[in-house]
Structure formats: structure tokens, C-alpha cells
Design a protein around this ligand. Structure first.
Ligand SMILES: Nc1ncnc2c1ncn2[C@@H]1O[C@H](COP(=O)(O)OP(=O)(O)OP(=O)(O)O)[C@@H](O)[C@H]1O
Length: 255
């Protein structure tokens, strides 16, 4: 693989998003360092996917400023990849061709890049099969490979593991973490799973009442042990905030 370019920094200043008269996000201020792993949690409908779409440059802020690598997100599109809960693979293309989608260059070169990406997600032996014969977890691995093939400097993950069983989910979390460590891209993960948010992120933000209502540093050694008291304390702290309790019951343990 070619030299990685490292992650991009993100900066939001007073960013807001309205759809007609409905305010979804308002007064969002956020700085994400290059190479940081940020998780975003919040109630259903709080605006998490909207935030991700703004970062991807797929939509524009109604007010405020959003900068990805110092530019408008839409101008950083080549550096950004987004992954969703459903893999969105083309059923009439092989696994390798799905990974190669959108790559520029000669056929042999493009295939080489696709195979390298598949190898990184442990699926090089399935390159010439159809997506329909893969399991849900394997399809998500292909989606991850498709993103990696573009060497993203910002990987946006919109509840990518939400439809997977618990064990596959934990394996995928470990894969995402190791790819993030190897490639040093910036990662923003939207998840409903507070344990997942803590497992992966350097920092977790909570979206509530249209803005960032809580910003939690996760200073735990990696890889993280879920049974660990510090881990459970941070998870409890986040859950309390999410549920709207003013005094997180685990706060004293986390201090
Ligand atoms: N294109 C759009 N037009 C109108 N309203 C929209 C549009 N996109 C999102 N919304 C509204 O914005 C709000 C936030 O939606 P969003 O999908 O960002 O929430 P979310 O936190 O990701 O929710 P979930 O966790 O359920 O996926 C919702 O009320 C939604 O209906």
C-alpha cells in the first residue's frame, strides 16, 4: 500500500442545521484532532446522522462553519468515506468489483488495490463471489474494504454494526480499531451502543437538545476490557446522561 496521508482535523463553529422550520442542530462547536477516534451518541432523532452528512459534505449547514482539513467538507470529498448499517453492495458485481467501485486507474492496478483492501478485512478468498452468498458481517467487511481502498483520511461510520449479532459486532469493532490504528485516519462513529462508543473512541460526544450536551474523554488503555471497572464506570456515566439523569451514578468511580 502507498504511504498513508494521516487523518484530517475537523472543526465546527456555531454549526446548525434546519429542515424547513424544524431545527435539528444548533450552536454545535467541535474540534476533532487529526487521527482522533470520536464516537457520537444520542437519542433516536437527535441529529447524529445529520451531523455525519454535514461532515461528509453531503449536506450543508444552515448556519455556522464546518471545516474538514481546513476546507469546506464538500471540497474534501476525495478524502472522506462513509459506511452505513447496510453494506450497499451492488448485487450484480463481484465482491472485488464492489470494492473497486470508483477507483481510478488500469484494471489490473485497481484489482490489486481491491484485493489488498479485502485482505485487510480477512476476505481475500471471497473476492470473486457474489455479495448475496456472504453473511451480514462479511458484507460489512466488504463495505469496510471498499472504504479502505480509497485510503480515506476521514472515515464516517453511521451505525455500521447495528444489524450484526453481538459476537460479530465485537469482532468488527476490533477490526475497525486495528485498521484505524494502522492507517491513522480520523474516525467518527455514530452508534446507539454506549459500550461500543467507549470501546472504540478517544472521545464520546452526546447530542441532545440540538447540540453537544456532553463531551467525554475516554482515557483507557487499548484494547479495552469490557469487564474492567473503569470501562463500566464510563459506560454508566454516558448512559446516565443519555437517560437524562443529572447525577451520573458511576461518576465517583470514573474520577
Ligand atoms: N432531509 C431531511 N428533511 C427533513 N427532515 C430531516 C431530513 N433529514 C433528517 N431530518 C430530521 O432530522 C431529525 C434528525 O434526524 P437524524 O437522522 O439526524 O437523527 P439520528 O440521531 O441519526 O436518528 P437515529 O438514531 O434514529 O438514526 C429527525 O427529526 C429527522 O426527521
Amino acid at each position: 500500500m502507498e504511504q498513508e496521508n494521516g487523518g484530517v482535523a475537523i472543526r465546527l463553529e456555531g454549526a446548525g442545521k434546519r429542515f424547513g422550520t424544524r431545527t435539528v442542530l444548533q450552536g454545535v462547536n467541535l474540534s476533532v484532532a487529526a487521527g482522533e477516534f470520536l464516537s457520537v451518541v444520542g437519542r433516536s432523532g437527535s441529529g447524529k446522522s445529520t451531523l455525519l452528512r454535514l461532515l461528509a459534505g453531503l449536506d450543508t449547514a444552515s448556519v455556522g462553519r464546518i471545516r474538514v482539513d481546513g476546507k469546506a467538507a464538500a471540497q474534501s470529498r476525495d478524502d472522506i468515506r462513509i459506511m452505513y448499517q447496510d453494506a450497499r453492495l451492488l448485487p450484480w458485481q463481484t465482491v472485488a468489483d464492489n470494492v473497486a467501485l470508483g477507483l481510478k486507474g488500469k484494471g489490473s492496478q485497481v484489482r490489486k488495490v481491491a484485493l489488498e483492501a479485502l485482505e485487510q478485512v480477512g476476505l481475500s478468498d471471497r473476492a470473486d463471489e457474489w455479495p448475496s452468498v456472504l453473511s451480514g458481517g462479511q458484507r460489512q467487511r466488504v463495505a469496510l474494504a471498499r472504504a479502505l481502498a480509497h485510503r480515506p483520511r476521514l472515515l464516517l461510520l453511521d451505525e455500521p454494526l447495528g444489524a450484526l449479532d453481538a459476537l460479530t459486532r465485537i469482532e468488527m469493532q476490533a477490526l475497525i480499531e486495528s485498521l484505524w490504528r494502522d492507517h491513522q485516519f480520523t474516525a467518527v462513529l455514530v452508534t446507539h451502543d454506549v459500550a461500543e462508543a467507549v470501546a472504540l473512541a478517544d472521545r464520546v460526544i452526546l447530542i441532545d437538545q440540538h447540540t453537544i450536551s456532553y463531551d467525554l474523554d475516554v482515557q483507557l488503555a487499548r484494547p479495552r476490557l469490557r469487564g474492567d471497572a473503569d470501562y463500566a464506570a464510563l459506560e454508566g456515566q454516558l448512559l446516565s446522561r443519555l437517560l437524562g439523569k443529572s447525577e451520573p451514578h458511576h461518576q465517583s468511580q470514573a474520577a
